[in-house]
Design a protein around this ligand. Structure first.
Ligand code: ADP
Length: 518
């Protein structure tokens, strides 16, 4: 059953119940009122007549003729009201009748005799042969404690019955009409109220059919419940679309990133195959076969290393996104860690660019303690220094420094390298983003290093900033909240918070603690 139908039925049923109750109440009150009036009327009339008769009988005792059958009554002209009346004696003989009774014999008038003889009044309902309803009220006529007979008031009640019948007809008709109207209005209201839900269903159906996640619902009344539902639905679509786009971009990026090393490896393997074939062919391959072999194998090795690094980085980010990456929280002496990173960077620089090609320096270094995962923080710093080595030409300088400022530990990695254009600075933390793809690839980069740096910084409730000028160099600064607690009972920041932010592939983390220094 549709909600619309259910709402209409409920609405109509409730209104119907209320109307029926109201009608029954009105009818019952009216009927009780009218009947009371009729009864009071007949009782009053009977009392009047009995009173007058009694007075006359007492006054004109000498006029009473004793007959065989009982008493004779004086002539009376009392019956002028709308009701008929008759006087009967205790045997049921009718002595007097009002003229308006005409020829009509009051049906069953004798049925009251038993009560009358016991000096009790009696009332009953009857119909005459013309089917006109009457109320017959009998009031005993008692003179000197002797029951002479009774006065019977014969009140036609067709007007009361007609009134009640008419009222009941109107009430039934009114109720029925109101119900029909209520059903129609209820259906219209339900239709209007639920129309936006219909729009949501249509849009959702359209999205399913056309796979177009770009469709959105029109929100007419944001304050209403349905408006809020539509807004939530649109928000959800935004998130799904972002997620979907991100997934698509990720797949495209990963496929693209893997294709280049695989093509290169394929080329090298073909070269090796040709060399093996030439060995067995009559025409020998010439000259420096060993050198070519070494170079080819080294290229294959390089590509394999690059792929392995990329897959490891991707895995780490995927774990970070899903919240599966657990950090090992402990107090970390950042000055000691920075010293270790400095030494490692120096070795790396010498190895890659040649001894002394880059001047790796340790600048100002305060003592600082932070609460975090030492190995992840080391990875963060090494990623920064690795970039600094990659993007700083020979003769350049790399300076690492640590300052302790108002509860924040500030570690900067400054280089005098190629720098980053201002336009690109916001994007470098996006996954797979590289300002110069070819150069980055040549240097062994995959565009994931800074995404990892940012994730680790934010997982430590810190943040990473960059200042850079092309051809002058870049400074990456890591801000971490200082830990004053030497023991390890400090509560760990929630390491899985990134899982609540699963859409950040190719978009810099937008979430950062509000109270960070600017
Ligand atoms: P990659 O593996 O390409 O180095 P990253 O995520 O570490 O990926 O860096 C993204 C991009 O940011 C790099 O491709 C490079 O263009 C730019 N970048 C990062 N660090 C530096 C730096 N110290 N100097 C100049 N450019 C940098």
């Amino acid at each position: 059953m549709t909600i619309r139908l259910r709402l209409t039925l409920w609405y109509t049923a409730l209104l119907g119940a209320t109307l029926i109750l109201f009608s029954v109440l009105v009818y019952a009150l009216l009927a009780a009122n009218l009947w009371t009036q009729v009864r009071q009327n007949v009782v009053r009339q009977a009392d009047d007549i009995v009173g007058l008769l009694t007075q006359q009988l007492l006054r004109t005792q000498q006029l009473i003729v004793i007959r065989d059958s009982g008493f004779g009554f004086p002539e009376l002209d009392l019956f002028t009201s709308g009701a008929g009346a008759q006087v009967i004696n205790a045997d049921g003989t009718v002595y007097m009748r009002s003229e308006n009774l005409g020829e009509m014999v009051v049906p069953n008038y004798r049925s009251a005799l038993d009560q009358i003889r016991q000096s009790k009044s009696h009332i009953y309902y009857t119909k005459n042969p013309k089917n006109i309803p009457f109320l017959v009220y009998s009031k005993p006529l008692v003179v000197n404690d002797f029951v002479l007979g009774a006065v019977q008031i014969v009140q036609p009640i067709d007007s009361v019955e007609n009134t009640l019948n008419q009222v009941s007809r109107y009430l039934i008709l009114g109720t029925a009409l109101s119900l029909v109207l209520a059903a129609i209005i209820g259906a219209l209201i339900a239709h209007r109220a639920l129309a936006p839900i219909g729009a949501i269903t249509t849009t959702a159906g359209g999205i399913t059919r056309t796979r177009d996640l770009g469709q959105r619902l029109e929100i007419t009344d944001q304050a209403s419940e349905v408006g809020q539902l539509a807004a939530t639905f649109n928000d959800m679509l935004d998130r799904i679309q972002k997620l979907f786009d991100t997934q698509e971009r990720l797949i495209a990026d990963v496929s693209h990133e893997l294709r280049t090393p695989l093509t290169s490896m394929q080329g090298n393997i073909e070269l090796l195959q040709r060399m093996v074939a030439a060995e067995h062919s009559p025409v020998q391959a010439g000259g420096n076969k060993g050198a070519v072999l070494r170079e080819t194998l080294s290229e294959v090795e390089q590509e394999t290393n690059r792929m392995t690094k990329m897959i490891n980085d991707l895995l780490l980010l995927a774990q970070a996104d899903s919240g599966a990456l657990q950090l090992q929280w402990a107090p970390v002496e950042m000055d000691t860690l920075l010293l270790e990173v400095f030494r490692q960077t120096k070795r790396m620089a010498d190895l890659r660019k040649g001894p002394g090609a880059l001047d790796v320096r340790l600048g100002h270094e305060d003592q600082a303690l932070v609460w975090g995962d030492q190995e992840r923080l080391r990875q963060l710093l090494l990623n920064l220094t690795d970039n600094a080595i990659k993007y700083t030409p020979e003769g350049g300088t790399i300076t690492l420094s640590l300052t302790n400022e108002e509860g924040w530990v500030r570690i900067s990695v400054r280089d005098t390298g190629i720098g980053i254009q201002a336009d690109n600075q916001a994007q470098i933390f996006d996954r797979f983003y590289r300002t110069d793809k070819a150069r980055s690839r040549e240097l062994g980069g995959s565009g994931l290093g800074l995404s990892i740096v940012q994730w680790i910084a934010q997982a430590h409730k810190g943040r990473i900033t960059v200042e850079s000028a092309t051809s002058k160099g870049s400074t990456f600064t890591l801000w971490l909240p200082e830990s004053h607690n030497q023991s390890s009972n400090q509560s760990a920041p929630n390491p899985t918070w990134a899982a609540t932010n699963p859409l950040q592939f190719n978009s810099a983390y937008s979430q950062s603690p509000a109270d960070l220094p600017k």
